[in-house]
Design a protein around this ligand. Structure first.
Ligand code: PHE
Length: 471
């Protein structure tokens, strides 16, 4: 019965378009903005290695599982989980998985839109030539100026949210399909140009060494100078949790985005092959971004651990110095905005699809309603960089933005992923997963099954317990 379901929201026009849309969701600020700065904050190489291991052993099997659930259920994640729970005669509590995802996506969108707003602001700044010939100090000062102005961050955040609602209201397919086909390859090419430029800097090998040569002390130990001036180190599982969380964030896993895109995927297409293409594209883009940024960091004597402003404080220096930098820079930030746009859409699509299915709402009011809510919540993040940045407004030493980022990326997404793995591996019948994956029961299937049933859930749990100091 279940393989006869169809989606009321329509289907991607081909397998290829599904892959592009999923790449559009995966490749975004996570790859170009977040990956470099968290790698910088967590010491580089060893962190990158842990992240790559998480992608391979946790991201890949869980992505296959999440697409599989979506395509089998063919509805918004909330209703997909309900339908699958019924198919399998499982406990109703599993449906909470869909709910958790909708809320997580919504929380992420609220701050994602604020950062995408920074990228929008940089399109205009670069086009206006603000960075031409600018020194590292000038570039940093310009960034600080943006952060200090809640009014302008709010304006760019609002603009980005309107753009997102516009596409979501029209339906994810139409416009997005076309945009993604051209813009994602263009972003990739431009990143290659930036890496090419980074190669001409004296610090290219230093940048690569930072990113790729692992120093495990940085991942496992947190060191600080003690009162006597000696180094005191203590074990910390936190960087591993950040690497794990980022594997979920960058692949759009654990909250239903990939599930809802899977629900529009044509029946015959291979889920395993699609996953492979998405994961490779996403990882390559992140590594290229790192290879472009760290040589600039070291060539200019900047701080790799500069935090969320890292790309905005480094790339403009390069655009200011390289030939045709104004043009390349403007193009780069335009493409970054598009990458963020195609990700933002997928963050809210599960909620929109659910409102349309269950409350008979039309897409337009559903999108506008959710957009306004996420926009309001985003104001907390807008103010985190200025008015509310002081310690008296922080909780556990974190601003509203930091808290939302930490809660969603490091806790909610891995938890969602854990339950997706457990549901697919332990609750769903083997016959159902074999049928949906359509690759027989050979070595490929068996490997996936082993990973999704044992390896991925155990690893997620180990990293969790490790981070809170239990093991
Ligand atoms: N994967 C997106 C990025 O890297 C962010 C995202 C997370 C999108 C979760 C959808 C769901 O920017």
């Amino acid at each position: 019965m279940s393989d006869k379901r169809t989606s009321i929201h329509g289907q991607w026009s081909s397998r290829f378009i599904f892959i592009l849309a999923a790449i559009g969701s995966a490749v975004g600020l996570g790859n170009i903005w977040k990956f470099p700065y968290i790698s910088g904050e967590n010491g580089g190489g060893a962190f990158v290695l842990v992240y790559l291991v998480c992608i391979a052993l946790i991201g890949v099997p869980i992505m296959i599982a999440e697409i599989l659930l979506g395509r089998r259920g063919r509805q918004s994640p909330i209703n997909t989980m309900r339908a699958l729970v019924e198919d399998e005669g499982a406990h109703r509590a599993w449906s909470l998985l869909g709910w958790g995802g909708v809320i997580t996506g919504f929380l992420i969108l609220s701050y994602y839109s604020v950062i995408a707003g920074w990228a929008l602001a940089y399109v205009f700044r670069t086009a206006a030539g603000s960075f031409t010939g600018a020194s590292a100090e000038t570039v940093s000062a310009l960034f600080d100026g943006l952060l200090a102005s809640p009014g302008s961050i709010l304006m760019w955040h609002s603009l980005f949210m309107v753009m997102t609602m516009f596409v979501v209201a029209r339906g994810v397919r139409g416009g997005l399909e076309k945009a993604v086909t051209v813009l994602m390859p263009a972003l990739f090419l431009l990143l290659l140009v930036m890496v090419g430029y980074a190669m001409t800097l004296g610090a290219f090998s230093e940048g690569l060494a930072f990113l790729f040569s692992p120093n495990f002390d940085k991942v496992f130990y947190d060191c600080a100078l003690d009162a006597a001036g000696g180094e005191a180190c203590h074990f910390t599982g936190e960087p591993m949790l950040i690497a794990l969380g980022h594997a979920f964030f960058t692949l759009s896993l654990g909250m239903g985005a990939i599930m809802v895109y899977g629900s529009y995927m044509p029946s015959g297409a291979s889920i395993a092959r699609a996953t492979f293409a998405i994961v490779v594209a996403d990882t390559v883009v992140a590594l290229l971004a790192g290879m472009a940024i760290f040589p600039i960091v070291f060539a200019n004597g900047l701080e790799p651990a500069a935090g969320p402003g890292l790309i905005f404080q480094t790339l403009p220096i390069a655009f200011g110095a390289m030939p045709a930098g104004q043009l390349f820079g403007t193009l780069f930030f335009i493409l970054l905005v598009f990458a963020a746009w195609s990700s933002a859409i997928s963050l809210i699509e599960p909620a929109v699809a659910w409102l349309v299915e269950n409350h008979g709402m039309k897409r337009i009011p559903a999108a506008v309603f959710l957009g306004i809510l996420a926009w309001l919540l985003g104001i907390g993040s807008v103010l985190s960089f200025n008015v509310l940045s002081g310690e008296e407004f922080q909780l556990f030493g974190k601003t509203v933005f930091d808290l939302l980022d930490y809660l969603t990326a490091n806790i909610l997404l891995p938890l969602g992923g854990l339950f997706i793995a457990l549901f697919t591996g332990w609750v769903m019948s083997r016959a159902a997963s074999v049928d949906e994956l359509g690759m027989g029961e050979g070595i490929g299937y068996k490997t996936w099954w082993l990973l999704v049933r044992f390896v991925s859930p155990l690893l997620v749990l180990v990293v969790f317990f490790n981070a809170i100091g239990v093991i």
